[in-house]
Ligand binder design. Sequence first.
Ligand code: MSP
Length: 471
Amino acid sequence: MKETFYVTTPIYYVNDVPHIGHAYTTIAADVLARWNRRSGKEVFFLTGTDEHGKKIDEAANKANKSPKEFVDQLIPHFTDAWKLLNISNDKFIRTTDKYHEEAVKTIIKKIQEKGDIYKGFYEGLYCVGCEAFYTEKDVENNTCPIHKKELERVKEESYFFKLSKYQKRLLEFYSAYPSFLSPTKRANEIISRVKQGLNDLSITRTSFNWGIPFPGDEKHVVYVWFDALPNYLSGVGYPRDNYMNFWPADVHIVGKEINWFHSVIWPAMLFSLGIEPPKMVYAHGWLTVNGEKMSKSLNNFITPKQIADKYGVDTFRYHILRDIAFGDDGDFSEASLVERHNSDLADALGNLLQRSIVLSKKNFDFPTSSELEDIDGELIAESQKLNFAHKHIENLEFHKALEVIWAFIRNCNKYLNDTAPWKVKDKSRIATILYNIFESLRLTTAFIEPFMPETAGKISNQLGLEIPSFK
Ligand code: MSP
């Protein structure tokens, strides 16, 4: 049986159209999915939308639409953006899909049967932007640290999930599976907060009704995060047994602001269900614009289409993964995008390709190694270094993988300059040089494809070669 690989993005709130921050996570997940397909694995790549809760309810009210009408008209903005960016997701899940709602109800019933849900009264602070509860000690001046808005005071009857019960089990789990909390620098923060103790989690609301009715007490709706996290299971078929074809997920890619939900609440829910947690939660940094997290109110909202239309999809995909280390925050800037495009894509790769095509047309059909008198194996030996990129991808260090790939592309250019086939008279020597260049380009397209599928496709067409799989 083929080895499997299951990768997810967060499901995005559909209170507005997607911006390049959402695209950042989605492109990273796409690179992992494509890389693993090319490595011969059976991949499942899930993305989708988070459609219930107060935030969506408020946005719909503001737009004078019913919540369902409101989300339905926003969905094409997400699916179109992902199509434009060549995102190769296997499925797009919506939390308003019937099968998902049923899966959430099954999950809640099972957690109830386990004795992990009880009825109580919630009183505390809430941020609608985060859809998260805060305690007074977490914040200053009753203000949300992310949205910088005054927090709402919530006082209502609620069902609770016994999160506190899982403190010890979580700590044991983190220490047994250190790569679950990735990258390493995020682990301490989670572990030290869990060590301080866990409050039980309020998992229903009664003050609005845009959500999944709570099984057995339908004046409550399920808290949006308790509805959203199970998408990772329902998206691969849960509660049908076939979910186990892909579960446990290999990696949930998330932004750092939602790490807590994925690294603490989600595994605790899974412990309660008796299901294995995912192998890794990778919390990446923020893509900022002028140093700020993107938002309409700050006037720094950029859509993927704006950038793709202006500079091309692959330039955008390349730039955001090359110029920002994935675990860190980084500022998006059109100036550095243009600089990258010129130096790496036009100069290094474009030139190499152009010169190779011109040369080959002038001289020969592409030679094969068996037709050569002398192989002159240095460049091909050097191409082995491309394989270092595998380890970087495994660690989600996309910028380092690209560095390795482009170092080799620069080597190919150097080989062409040094061997200068245009000055060579001896046909068999020219054949050797061309063989080395085309074989190197052929190998390189496999490494380029996950990042820039369109570019890899063009190279393969122009040179008439098939993009190989990783051995
Ligand atoms: N709906 C929840 C996630 C539920 S997952 C079970 C949510 N949605 S969101 O629309 O706010 O999207 C959050 C994710 O989008 C972030 O975690 C991150 O992956 C991505 N990003 C949104 N803005 C971003 C940046 N400015 N920079 C980088 N990533 C960004 O939270």
